[in-house]
Design a protein around this ligand. Sequence first.
Ligand SMILES: NC(=O)c1ccc[n+]([C@@H]2O[C@H](COP(=O)([O-])OP(=O)(O)OC[C@H]3O[C@@H](n4cnc5c(N)ncnc54)[C@H](OP(=O)(O)O)[C@@H]3O)[C@@H](O)[C@H]2O)c1
Length: 280
Amino acid sequence: MSNAGIPMVRLNNGVDIPQVGLGVWQANEGAEVEGAVRAALEVGYRLIDTAAIYGNEVGVGKAIKASGVPREEIFVTTKLWNAHHAYDAALRAFDESLRKLDCGYIDLYLIHWPLPMEGKFTQAWQALEELYANKQVRAIGVSNFKPHHLAELLNRATTVPAVNQIELHPLFQQRETRAYCAEHAIAVESYSPLMQGGEALEHPVITQLAEQYGKTPAQVILRWHVQSGLIVIPKSVNPHRIQENIALFDFELAPDDMQQIAGMDREQRISADPDTANFK
Ligand SMILES: NC(=O)c1ccc[n+]([C@@H]2O[C@H](COP(=O)([O-])OP(=O)(O)OC[C@H]3O[C@@H](n4cnc5c(N)ncnc54)[C@H](OP(=O)(O)O)[C@@H]3O)[C@@H](O)[C@H]2O)c1
């Protein structure tokens, strides 16, 4: 449990990560992201998920410093962008993120996408392993990796990724990747956990459970992530919804209701397929 009452998940290297955090993709650099991070830290969030490509690392760092919350109580994740998979480029990109965040160190550094058509993610991983060995980052991991990407990485790796951050919500439950990660002690972190505010929030199973538990549809979905043992990083820039998205620890979904949500899976991906995504 964090000081703020959020359960912690122990990663495969012994580092603890809060189970619920704030995602800041599409939170604009400047007042918007600073406001969101400040509001989140005030109501007890202790995990912030950004990325170099989000363009808001400076604002995230400023809000952390201004919050008065001790740095060591906050868990900061950022990600290596696709243009920098070459070994030296990856090391430079990490330095640039650290400079922009200006928060002393990074807790978790992830390879953002595998880009299998480029064939360089194992090089990028070597750079992350070096950063980890030099204690410049507390944990390293990947994002958008399918089991076959992980298998290729593990073939060459000396450090097993601590985390795989993947699209995951009730309509896309990622059973195969979750099973693979469980087998290799890789924690799974759900991105777009609310399906980007889409269809899942209006699904009759979810709206009916929301009514039954006296919670919002978003809270039912996020509670399902928590009870499924996933780390979850809903995004909001609205202080009311930021608070709503972490108020998940005064109710519990019954096993039958967890089953109902399990039954919603349609393998419906909304983000790009990691095998073909090659944006830079
Ligand atoms: N690794 C990757 O490739 C990757 C890809 C995508 C996302 N991510 C990470 O995951 C985080 C979350 O994913 P996401 O931003 O794609 O989607 P999400 O968290 O599923 O949904 C965010 C959307 O839902 C709205 N929302 C938030 N709380 C709500 C609530 N309680 N009720 C109704 N609507 C609500 C937000 O609007 P308001 O802001 O107006 O509240 C926003 O439009 C990102 O911010 C990012 O950190 C990573």
